[in-house]
Design a protein around this ligand. Structure first.
Ligand SMILES: O=P(O)(O)OC[C@H]1O[C@H](OP(=O)(O)OP(=O)(O)O)[C@H](O)[C@@H]1O
Ligand SMILES: Nc1nc2[nH]cnc2c(=O)[nH]1
Length: 185
């Protein structure tokens, strides 16, 4: 007999969240993205830059689906307080890998207003890489305030705050294996 599991609404601090993207959808899409990246970067040995904190889970699953030689490194920025962007990006950990003349893939959990990605592009571009590509698990087209071309997008989602699978609300919820959306009802 086939067993069915239903995800329930959850509470984090003062807010409730409803199930939004389940494991099966995440695994399937991340597998597709990894396969595509492996094809596009064959013989290129790209440097993958994971953006902490939020991207740690996506990056970890994505690279397991990439079957070409890659280097993996991280940097850390932050701009959100609760569920709102402060608009001010802080760099908390710099890049430790040489990327001059290298093909770089930035891996993010989400591109929302685009302010963080725009900051990252400037920062990385200063180090003269050969190319920069962007892979983001989530993107909110309605929230984007700057012109950014994304190469690999997992899911385009509505303009509602989400948590889980690396994404936090006030520091909590990152460990949830699936993604939940703020309940606004
Ligand atoms: O497109 P934007 O509106 O700039 O939002 C996207 C950024 O917000 C989140 O980071 P956050 O600042 O919350 O830090 P975190 O990754 O440590 O959670 C996320 O990881 C992106 O970096
Ligand atoms: N947790 C979380 N962080 C974000 N950073 C930008 N948008 C979001 C979002 O919807 N959820």
């Amino acid at each position: 007999m086939k067993e069915l599991f239903y995800l329930a609404m959850i509470e984090i601090k003062d807010k409730t969240f409803i199930p939004f993207l389940d494991r099966k959808s995440l695994d399937q899409r991340i597998n597709e993205l990894g396969t595509q990246i492996s094809k596009d970067f064959e013989n290129k040995n790209p440097v993958i830059i994971g953006v902490l904190n939020g991207a740690f889970m996506f990056l970890s699953d994505l690279v397991k689906n990439i079957d070409i030689p890659t280097e993996i490194t991280f940097l850390k920025i932050s701009s959100y307080k609760g569920e709102k962007s402060t608009g001010k990006i802080n760099q908390l950990l710099g890049l430790q890998t040489e990327i001059i003349e290298r093909d770089v893939i930035i891996v993010e959990d989400i591109v929302d207003t685009g302010l963080s990605m725009s900051y990252l592009l400037e920062l990385i571009n200063e180090q003269n890489p050969k190319s920069i590509s962007i892979a983001t698990l989530l993107h909110k087209p309605e929230a984007l305030t700057v012109d950014i071309k994304m190469d690999y997008i997992g899911f385009e989602i509505p303009n509602k705050f989400v948590v889980g699978y690396g994404l936090d609300y006030d520091g909590f919820g990152r460990n949830l294996p699936e993604i939940y959306q703020l309940n606004t009802d």
